[in-house]
Unconditional design. Structure first.
Length: 277
């Protein structure tokens, strides 16, 4: 009897209790490239742009989170989003970084459905500034160069981060589908094969696949749905590339998020409500 009481009182320790938030891995992942870009690659963006982006996203996240929850909390999501803004956006004026940063976080709180935001914050804000303010905002993946060392570093860290975040299925599906559609563009539309496959060797598309495509808050929760989602993004990306639209991956993710996430969450909510009844 005494042993049974001791067993009942003994605290149960779960491995899940010691798992680190996957966002910290994403933070390290993006911070490393922001520093490498400034110190070694000579990025177009100045340090001021990095600080402005991070400060604006963190402050906006802090205020809006307080407004929504009534409590103060460290704006980890804002920090990650701010680094993303500084990596994705290029401009010769600093105020556009502030606008994009504030927009990234604000849209996350405004465009919501069934308890979560619809779009990846960086993706939505980049699409809007590229469409509405093209004279001030561009995205320059060429600044990453195609050096084998940079690509290998992104590949290794990206796979690690996506594995920890349980989103490696999305990345592999997107890259595999992109490769298939690249061959189809070559065979059906006469696109040069190496030009069609070339983005896979660039850090810009790799960062998109590892960072934007894997956002746990704006992607499906089930594996089958994530695989379908990633396939559709690659398909839409191919359509935009055939139309010779710049930055097609940004517009592809934005389009599929709009068309896919709302019906998916509605279906999930109906399914859960039927189970509880």
């Amino acid at each position: 009897m005494r042993n049974e009481v001791r067993t009942k009182l003994r605290p149960i320790v779960h491995w899940d209790d010691y798992k680190l938030d996957p966002r910290y891995f994403i933070l390290v992942f993006l911070s490393l490239f922001a520093i490498l870009g400034q110190v070694y690659l000579g990025f177009f963006q100045r340090w001021e742009a990095v600080f402005i982006s991070i400060s604006c996203t963190m402050l906006t996240e802090l205020v809006l989170s307080r407004w929504r929850t009534g409590t103060w909390s460290f704006p980890l999501s804002g920090l990650i989003t701010g680094i993303g803004v500084s990596l994705l956006l290029s401009s010769n004026v600093l105020w556009i970084y502030a606008v994009t940063a504030v927009m990234s976080i604000s849209l996350k709180y405004v465009l919501r459905f069934k308890g979560g935001h619809i779009f990846n914050p960086n993706n939505a804000s980049m699409v809007l500034v590229l469409v509405l303010l093209p004279q001030y905002a561009v995205s320059t993946p060429k600044q990453w160069t195609n050096g084998i060392e940079i690509m290998l570093l992104i590949l290794i860290l990206g796979i690690l981060v996506c594995y920890v975040a349980n989103r490696l299925d999305s990345v592999l599906t997107f890259i595999g589908s992109f490769t298939i559609f690249a061959f189809l563009r070559h065979l059906l539309y006469g696109a040069p094969l190496f030009a069609a496959l070339g983005p896979l060797m660039g850090a810009g598309l790799q960062l998109f696949a590892f960072f934007m495509m894997t956002d746990p808050k704006s992607t499906p929760t089930t594996r089958k749905a994530r695989i379908l989602f990633a396939f559709l993004v690659a398909l839409m990306d191919a359509v935009y590339r055939i139309q010779r639209i710049p930055n097609p991956q940004f517009y592809a993710l934005f389009t599929i998020s709009l068309l896919f996430i709302i019906p998916y969450r509605y279906w999930i909510s109906r399914k859960e409500s039927n189970i509880t009844q």
